[in-house]
Design a protein around this ligand. Structure first.
Ligand SMILES: NC(=O)c1ccc[n+]([C@@H]2O[C@H](COP(=O)([O-])OP(=O)(O)OC[C@H]3O[C@@H](n4cnc5c(N)ncnc54)[C@H](O)[C@@H]3O)[C@@H](O)[C@H]2O)c1
Length: 277
């Protein structure tokens, strides 16, 4: 049967930033296909919440949680050691962690992140989580996959903004002077474009060891943002709506399984058509 290619029974997947909005969805997607998941995050209470949410509809024995800071090689190695001691080998790595400014209500992005005054510490922190973290996790878990005979899969979660520039008109707030208008920060664009470069690099680096790497680039997920923002954003999307949080599950199932066995080094942009308009 064709769907057998999506079967991940016996596989273990490690997800970074797993306690966030999409991290839980990625975990649910892989659990649905029979994988075990290792949820990792720096936010301990959110990690516990993610575990209970997932355990309500999936076998709790297939869900592990580990505190892990993707910016710290020490922290990643410590988790790798715990997994090795429990004889768990990671077959699938989902590099999902990020520090993203959220759009709340009609207030625009929480932080004002204009290029002219963008804080170097914020640059370094956001790059450390979103880009360096993906490198460090791939270095540890990808190298382990490459040492085995059955290879593995690395997925980098990028964004539609890996292929297009942010439309800063989306974030404007009435009544503010130009130099106070909030914007999508420059870090977002460079991290997401960087992840696509990392994806291509990793796709060839261990290809002969059976390790594939692809990027998944979601468009904006509806999460209670204000009506004015949603109206502006959806007018840029041919399908006329934002994504539901669960709509990326099937793409991840495809990318992590043998259903995509010959797909390598690609950036799958799933954005309702925004980037082609
Ligand atoms: N939500 C969207 O609309 C959307 C759209 C396109 C792309 N994306 C991308 O999808 C991914 C997930 O987005 P989300 O909306 O779930 O974000 P989120 O902010 O809800 O979750 C991100 C998670 O990363 C964790 N994190 C932060 N620093 C960390 C660190 N040092 N080590 C480990 N974990 C850390 C946070 O604790 C959080 O749980 C991100 O890469 C994001 O850029 C999201």
């Amino acid at each position: 049967m064709t769907l057998r290619k999506f079967d991940l029974t016996g596989k273990a997947a490690l997800i970074t930033g797993a306690a966030g909005l999409l991290g839980v969805e990625h975990a649910a997607a892989l659990l649905e296909c029979g994988a075990c998941v290792v949820l990792t995050d720096v936010n301990e209470p959110a990690l516990a919440d993610a575990h209970s949410t997932l355990a309500a509809s999936h076998a709790a024995g297939k869900i592990l949680t580990q505190l892990m800071d993707v910016t710290s090689a020490e922290s990643i190695h410590a988790v790798a050691d715990v997994l090795a001691a429990e004889r768990i080998q990671i077959d699938i790595l989902v590099n999902n962690a990020a520090i993203d400014p959220k759009v709340n209500g009609d207030q625009g992005v929480v932080e004002t992140s204009r290029l002219e005054t963008f804080d170097l510490e914020q640059w370094n922190l956001q790059v450390a989580v979103g880009l360096t973290g993906a490198f460090l996790c791939s270095q540890v878990f990808g190298a382990q996959m490459a040492q085995r005979t059955d290879g593995g899969v690395i997925i980098n979660i990028a964004s539609d903004l890996s292929v297009i520039s942010p439309d800063q008109r989306l974030y404007r707030k009435d009544g503010l002077p130009e130099d106070m208008q909030p914007v999508k920060p420059v870090t977002y664009s460079i991290i997401k474009a960087g992840l696509v470069g990392l994806t291509r690099y990793l796709a060839t680096y261990w290809a002969d060891r059976g390790v594939r790497c692809n990027a998944l680039s979601p468009g904006g997920v509806y999460n209670g943002q204000g009506a004015a923002f949603v109206q502006k954003l959806t007018s840029l999307i041919p399908m006329g709506r934002m994504a539901e949080r669960s709509e990326y599950r099937s793409a991840l199932q495809f990318l992590c399984s043998d259903a995509s066995a010959y797909l390598n080094g690609q950036n799958i942009v799933m954005d309702g058509g925004r980037s082609v308009w």
